[in-house]
Ligand binder design. Structure first.
Ligand code: SAM
Length: 414
C-alpha cells in the first residue's frame, strides 16, 4: 500500500440525540467534512468514511437499518490471560492485557457478542454479509451466536500465520492460526463474492479457505517514538485486502465496529470502498484517522474486480448461428469425445448415435443444455461448457464462441 506524507490535525465533533452522543474523529482535511444531526438516526452521509468514538452497540443502534454492505469485525478475544507470559530470556511477551479484552465470565462475553452481532444484522442490507475474526478463545462462541441470530454461515477461513509466536512454555502446540467466519445476513441473501478475481489471484485455481499470510510486522506495524506498538492486535493489511477484494464491490460501505488502528478503513480506502469505523478508545481512533488520511487509493482500473462470468450479458445459442460462428450440421462433442451431437438450423442439437449412447431411448433432440443433461443421465448440464467444437485438431468449448459473440454484438468490449 502506498502512502502520502501529509498529516492533518484532528478535531472531534459531537452528534447529540436525547443525551446520547456519538463523537466523530475526523481530520481537518477539506475532503472530509463533519456533520451534525438531530435525527433519531444518524444519516449514513454523516458517518461515511469517519470514525465514530464510543460503544459500538450504542452507535450501531443509531445508524440506519439496511444501509451497510459488509461488516468486518475483530472483536475482543476474551483471552483470559493469567499473569505475564515470559520468553526463555525472561523478557515479557506483549500480550493483550487491556481492559477492553476483559469480561467477568463466558456468560458476560456471550451476552456482549449477541448484542453487537444483532446490532450489526439490523444495519446490514438484505444482501449484506459479515466477517468475524477470532481465536480458539472466542470463535466457537461467536459461531454459535451467529447461527442463533439467523446469519447464514458461508465459510470458516483459516488464516495460517507464516511467523506465529512460539509456545514459550512448551506445553501446547504453537498457536499458528486465527479463524475468520464469513456469514451472509440470511440464507436468501445474494451476497457479493468476486469468484473470478479470487481465482485469478490464485493462479487460476479456486481460492481455498486456508490463507497463508504473515502477521503484521515491519514498517506496516504502527509504533510510537519509543518503538512500542500502538495497538496490541493490529491486523495485517494483506488479510483485509483479501477479505475486501473477495466480498465487496467498489463504492460499497464497509463497517468495522472494533476499529482499533483502522486497518479495515485504510484498506477500504485503498481499494475504492467506503468505511465506517467504530472505536471506543479515542487514542486508537486518532492513530487510525492519521493512518487513513495518508492512504492513497488505487485507481478504478486497479481496484475493480474481474467481471463475473455469471453477470456477463446473456447470449442465446442461436446467436452463434446468426453470426456464422457455427453452421448447421457442425458436430459437437464433450471434452473427452464420448458424446456427440450435431447442430440443427433451429439452434437445437440432435443426438448422434455412438457406442456410448445407442442404448438410450430418451431425448433425440433438444437445447444444448437439455440434450447434454439427458445424454449424461443428469438433471442439469451447462451446455456452454459441456459441448465442444473442433478447432483444427483441438476441442474447444462453445463458450469461447459465446465470448466472441458478445464482442461481435457489442455487448462487451474486446
Ligand atoms: C481486536 S482489536 C481490533 C484491532 C483492529 N482490527 C486493527 O487492525 O487494529 C478490538 C478493538 O475494539 C475496541 N473495542 C472493544 N470493545 C468495544 C466496544 N464495545 N465498542 C467499540 N470498540 C470496542 C478496542 O478498543 C480495540 O481497539
Amino acid at each position: 500500500m502506498s502512502y502520502c506524507n501529509v498529516h492533518y490535525l484532528y478535531h472531534f465533533e459531537t452528534l447529540s440525540k436525547e443525551n446520547r452522543s456519538v463523537s466523530i474523529a475526523t481530520t481537518a482535511s477539506p475532503r472530509i467534512q463533519t456533520a451534525k444531526s438531530t435525527d433519531p438516526h444518524v444519516s449514513d452521509k454523516d458517518v461515511l468514511n469517519k470514525i465514530l468514538i464510543g460503544d459500538c452497540i450504542e452507535i450501531l443502534e443509531k445508524l440506519p437499518a439496511n444501509s451497510i454492505d459488509l461488516v468486518f469485525a475483530d472483536p475482543p478475544y476474551n483471552l483470559q490471560l493469567d499473569g505475564d507470559l515470559l520468553r526463555p530470556n525472561n523478557s515479557r511477551v506483549d500480550g493483550v492485557h487491556q481492559d477492553w479484552d476483559q469480561f467477568a465470565s463466558f456468560n458476560a462475553y456471550d451476552n456482549f457478542t449477541r448484542r453487537w452481532l444483532k446490532a450489526c444484522r439490523r444495519v446490514l442490507k438484505k444482501d449484506g454479509a459479515l466477517w468475524v475474526i477470532g481465536s480458539y478463545h472466542n470463535i466457537f462462541r461467536v459461531g454459535a451466536a451467529l447461527q442463533d441470530l439467523d446469519y447464514w454461515l458461508l465459510n470458516d477461513v483459516v488464516w495460517r500465520k507464516t511467523n506465529p509466536m512460539p509456545n514459550f512454555r512448551g506445553r501446547r502446540f504453537t498457536n499458528a492460526h486465527e479463524t475468520l467466519i464469513w456469514a451472509a445476513k440470511g440464507q436468501s441473501s445474494r451476497y457479493t463474492f468476486n469468484y473470478d478475481s479470487m481465482k485469478a489471484f490464485n493462479d487460476d485455481l479456486q481460492m481455498r479457505s486456508d490463507w497463508l499470510l504473515p502477521i503484521c510486522a515491519g514498517g506496516e506495524r504502527l509504533r510510537n517514538k519509543d518503538g512500542q506498538k500502538r495497538h496490541p492486535t493490529q491486523k495485517p493489511e494483506s488479510l483485509l485486502q483479501r477479505v475486501i477484494m473477495a466480498s465487496s464491490k467498489p463504492g460499497d460501505v464497509i463497517l468495522d465496529p472494533f476499529f482499533g488502528t483502522g486497518t479495515t478503513g485504510a484498506v477500504a480506502k485503498y481499494l475504492g470502498r467506503n468505511f465506517i469505523g467504530i472505536e471506543r478508545d479515542s487514542t486508537y481512533a486518532k492513530v487510525a484517522a492519521d493512518r487513513i488520511e495518508a492512504v492513497k487509493p488505487l485507481t478504478k482500473g486497479e481496484f475493480t474486480p474481474l467481471p463475473s462470468k455469471r453477470d456477463a450479458p446473456k447470449v442465446p445459442f442461436g446467436a452463434l448461428l446468426d453470426l456464422g460462428l457455427l453452421a448447421p450440421g457442425t458436430r459437437l462433442f464433450d471434452k473427452k469425445a464420448r458424446y456427440e451431437a450435431s447442430v440443427r438450423a433451429d439452434g437445437s442439437l440432435s443426438r448422434e448415435i455412438s457406442p456410448h449412447n445407442e442404448a438410450c431411448d430418451d431425448l433425440k433432440q433438444g437445447s444444448i443444455h437439455k440434450l447434454g443433461a439427458n445424454m449424461q443421465k443428469r438433471k442439469a448440464c451447462n451446455g456452454w461448457t459441456f459441448w465442444h467444437y473442433l478447432d483444427g485438431k483441438d476441442l474447444q468449448p462453445i463458450d469461447h464462441l459465446r465470448s466472441k459473440a458478445r464482442i461481435e454484438l457489442g455487448l462487451v468490449s474486446a
